[in-house]
Design a binder for this molecule. Structure first.
Ligand code: HEM
Length: 415
């Protein structure tokens, strides 16, 4: 074919198969921090930087409805808050905004920390435990107790495994994706039964009117009606599932303490400012969300680049968290950076940017930081050995994770 008439390359596959590094590599070569792309055969644009964050989160520019491809919608559930815009989004977001309040954060952290403390003697009795799996079980027990969701002790591990599978399968079409779908079907059905029981005054959950479960069951949408039971289940899981996903960060924290043991000493002291700085650095340094996607609400121009209405716009989350214009030595793990300068709203964006009250930013950021502060200090105080294992974290796998899950032996609490 004549080179002049060859259609421009499509980047959809490279974006998915290239892992975390593909987009940031291109972004670094662009002085205006904007990369024109073609996604699914259509013009698209990737952006980075605090100004780009504000552009991306302006609803006049970017809409979410229809932005998330089907495999990923499967992660959040059909009709989830993530996919809504305008008044429908604001009304649904009301459900999640209490999670920003310090007493709710303390509630989740308190329940999860108690579940951790209950689990440690059992770890000590076993020859080896995998921290990622144990953290997922602890987080499941804690968040279900806090949310008022009934959970038998015997089912905690299988529910935790399903919630982990749902997160693990969001960016692939291979076997992990199908595992995630089966896990979602099971957990949506289970949660829907709990909501139905509550609405009809039956079941063990009926007694806690202030619980998250009760609030979701009673929530009214923008049309004034109660949420369909399946949507209510989806939204309850939109708190329980990402809370359990904090197990990724617990394993990353263990990885950091192993690679750079000096942080262990500082954390053991229990200085809250250092624990917060450590939590932020784990969220900045380690890979989780690679980028966010939306659709141009109208014909857009960003720094001279054009995107037609309906075109895809990407926010380069992982790239921005490692941009050397924002972070000195971005590939060095250095919690102290956050003691020197507290995290700025639109600079540190592992859980989205701008204001969670008005936009799509994660309402669970305070919960995530609170959990990490508490569990990282407990991890630093725990005595254990780290046997030979594969501790690599592949940047080609989304979501990335410590390959071995971080196995430990000879666990004991210091006397
Ligand atoms: C949204 C990351 C923990 C609840 C998001 C978004 C990201 C994110 C990247 C999308 C932001 C956007 O679309 O602009 C994470 C990570 C977590 C985490 C990496 C820790 C592993 C949590 C927790 C909760 C939570 C603990 C609840 C307790 C939500 C909800 C949304 C959301 C409900 C949808 C918000 C909306 O669309 O308005 N999260 N999150 N997340 N997250 Fe989290």
């Amino acid at each position: 074919m004549d080179a002049h008439r060859r259609p421009p390359a499509d980047h959809t596959l490279s974006l998915i198969a290239g892992g975390y590094a593909w987009l940031p590599q291109r972004m670094r070569q662009s002085p205006d921090r904007a990369v024109p792309l073609r996604i699914m055969g259509r013009p698209a644009l990737a952006l980075s930087g605090p100004e780009a964050v504000r552009f991306f989160y302006d609803e006049h520019n970017i809409r979410r409805h229809g932005a998330i491809p089907e495999p990923v919608t499967g992660l959040f559930g059909r009709g989830a808050v993530h996919t809504l815009d305008g008044q429908a989004h604001r009304q649904r977001k009301e459900l999640f905004l209490p999670l920003l309040e310090p007493d709710r954060i303390a509630g989740v952290v308190g329940h999860v920390t108690a579940a951790w403390d209950e689990a440690v003697p059992e770890w000590a009795a076993r020859p080896q435990v995998v921290l990622f799996d144990e953290a997922a079980a602890v987080l499941t027990r804690g968040v279900c107790r806090w949310a008022g969701v009934p959970l038998e002790d015997a089912e905690a591990r299988s529910v935790a495994a399903d919630l982990v599978a749902m997160v693990d399968g969001f960016a692939t079409l291979g076997p992990r994706h199908w595992r995630a779908r089966r896990a979602r079907a099971r957990q949506e059905a289970r949660t829907a039964r709990v909501i139905e029981d509550l609405r009809s005054g039956r079941g063990p959950a009926a007694g806690r009117p202030d619980s998250l479960l009760a609030r979701v069951a009673a929530h009214r949408d923008v049309d004034g009606g109660r949420l369909p039971v399946r949507t209510a289940a989806v939204e309850l899981l939109n708190v329980v599932r990402p809370t359990v996903a904090v197990s990724w960060f617990v394993a990353f924290a263990a990885h950091a303490l192993h690679r750079w043991p000096a942080h262990r000493e500082r954390l053991r002291d229990g200085d809250p400012a250092y624990a917060a700085a450590f939590a932020h650095e784990v969220r900045r340094f380690y890979p989780f969300a690679p980028f966010l996607g939306g659709r141009a609400a109208r014909d857009l121009t960003w720094r001279g680049h054009q995107v037609p209405a309906g075109g895809t716009v990407l926010l380069d989350v992982f790239g921005q968290n490692h941009d050397e214009e924002l972070w000195a030595d971005p590939y060095t793990f250095r919690p102290r950076r956050f003691l020197e300068r507290p995290p700025q709203r639109d600079e540190l964006i592992p859980q989205g940017g701008c204001d969670p009250r008005t936009g799509h930013r994660c309402p669970g950021e305070g919960v995530t930081v609170g959990l990490l502060e508490s569990l990282a200090v407990r991890l630093a105080r725990l005595e254990y050995e780290v046997p030979a294992q594969d501790l690599r974290i592949s940047l080609r796998r989304i979501p990335a994770r410590v390959r071995s899950g971080f196995a430990v032996t000879a666990v004991h609490e210091p006397g």
